[in-house]
Design a protein around this ligand. Structure first.
Ligand SMILES: Cc1ncc(COP(=O)(O)O)c(C=O)c1O
Length: 422
């Protein structure tokens, strides 16, 4: 064998996997809340593969459905009835899902939403928010990594930084970026530039830098501004979808967007996403005024995985438990941190939350998160790993339907030890 770094660019298949502690690790298998590396080490897993594994690793009902449906064939370049069953299910569950199309991942579904928004409004730009992640395509590969809070400049007209080289000239003119959770700022910006803006896109809970809930009235305020100004409101529910409730953040917060994107948790780790929306928007795809395609879309195994995931979530109703366990873990981590003299902020709804080392009692936007001590967080995550607890490097924790009270207590005890080492 030549070795991973000789044949895979930097040894990984997704940039984020490089930042595993102590380097990109290799795993052999996962079961429930546990994952095992090639050296035979066992970890209590709170990464859940960056979110998708809402039922934990290798859930037997998902595996059974995938195996059974795969035996019938993998991909037909045509329709199969289960695809319609899945669409009908999502239509019942998700408030805005009057019509939908399936894709493979969140990144491409986001781009589809932009295309629909542009086509219907006849406008071109989208308004987005600092620190929100909407995939890695050219027009959203901005505003997620920043040299410092000061570098962002004014709130009215922030500076924006690309996350990659190789972007086409002028792509930064596709969007306007603002700090999040500031409705008056959105109001003023739309008053000036609403004639250019086709869509406002937001993570309903900001999960890619910290885990920040929208302030009271913020999402509804966006809803009203968009309705008044012929702008599509897009919820990027790639993380919040199924995690806050089966109807996503839109059900949880009671605010219905025009279009939204679901991925990650809808199929327990199989590659399927959905662009869903109100008929008046989605009919542009129906009429082929907006083109959406994809050879691999809605194959048998992925649709099977999504249907099985929904069925387990509907039967077991784990959300209340996931909220309770998440809140218990946050409280335990805060207590362990305070006792160790390293006050920690643990915030988020529960099924997902973030830890950071900052003196702030609460964060409300990306700029706040940049004040945290990242080096200390890195040492904490590394020490947790040594204690057998796996957490996403940026301090995000996911709770699954199969985590137990005992898992939470194990993680809190590990944090007590880890905090002594940092
Ligand atoms: C909120 C959000 N939107 C979009 C994406 C992109 O999704 P994918 O990685 O499936 O392309 C992600 C991925 O982490 C995400 O968190």
């Amino acid at each position: 064998m030549k070795g991973p770094k000789k044949v895979l660019a930097s040894g990984v298949s997704s940039e984020f996997r490089k930042y595993n502690h102590p380097h990109a690790l290799f795993y052999t298998h996962g079961r429930g809340s546990l994952i095992y590396d090639v050296d035979g080490n066992e970890y209590l897993d709170f990464t859940l593969s960056q979110g998708p594994l809402i039922l934990g690793h290798s859930h037997p009902e998902v595996l059974r459905a995938v195996e059974e449906y795969s035996r019938a064939g993998q991909l037909f370049a045509g329709q199969h009835i289960r695809e319609v069953e899945l669409a009908e299910k999502l239509n019942l569950l998700i408030p805005s899902a009057e019509m939908m199309r399936f894709c493979l991942d969140g990144s491409e579904a986001v781009q589809t939403a932009f295309r629909v928004a542009r086509a219907r409004t006849g406008k071109s730009k989208f308004l987005r928010f600092e620190g929100h992640y909407h995939g890695w395509m050219d027009n959203v590969c901005w505003g997620v990594s920043t040299p410092s809070a000061e570098a962002l400049g004014s709130r009215e007209q922030p500076n924006v930084f690309p996350w990659t080289e190789g972007l086409p000239e002028g792509v930064e003119h596709e969007f306007i970026i603002l700090p999040w959770n500031d409705l008056a700022l959105v109001e003023r910006t739309v008053a000036r530039r609403g004639h250019e803006i086709a869509a406002v896109i937001t993570e309903p809970v900001m999960c890619n830098n910290g885990c920040i809930e929208p302030g009271p009235g913020f999402l509804q305020g966006l809803r009203d501004i968009c309705s008044r100004n012929n702008i599509a409101l897009i919820f990027d529910e790639v993380i919040t979808g199924f995690r806050l409730s089966l109807g996503g953040a839109q059900e949880y917060f009671g605010v219905t967007p025009d279009l939204s994107v679901f991925a990650k948790a809808i199929a327990s780790g199989y590659a399927i996403s959905a662009i869903v929306g109100k008929y008046e928007w989605m009919r542009l795809i129906e009429q082929a005024k907006v083109i959406h395609a994809g050879t691999m879309n809605a194959g048998n195994p992925t649709v099977a995985a999504a249907l099985a995931t929904i069925s387990v979530l509907e039967n077991d109703r784990p959300h209340e438990r996931m909220f309770r366990l998440g809140r218990k873990l946050m409280a335990g981590l805060r207590k362990a941190a305070a006792e160790s003299g390293h006050p920690m902020l643990a915030e988020g709804p529960g099924p997902m939350f973030a830890t950071s080392f900052t003196t702030l009692e609460k964060t409300s936007d990306y700029r706040d998160t940049l004040t945290a001590d990242k080096a200390k967080l890195g040492r904490f995550i590394a020490a947790m790993h040594e204690e057998g607890v796996r957490v996403i490097g940026r301090g995000l924790w996911y709770i699954s339907a199969v985590h137990t009270d005992e898992d939470i207590e194990t993680a809190i005890a590990a944090a007590g030890k880890a905090l002594k080492q940092i």
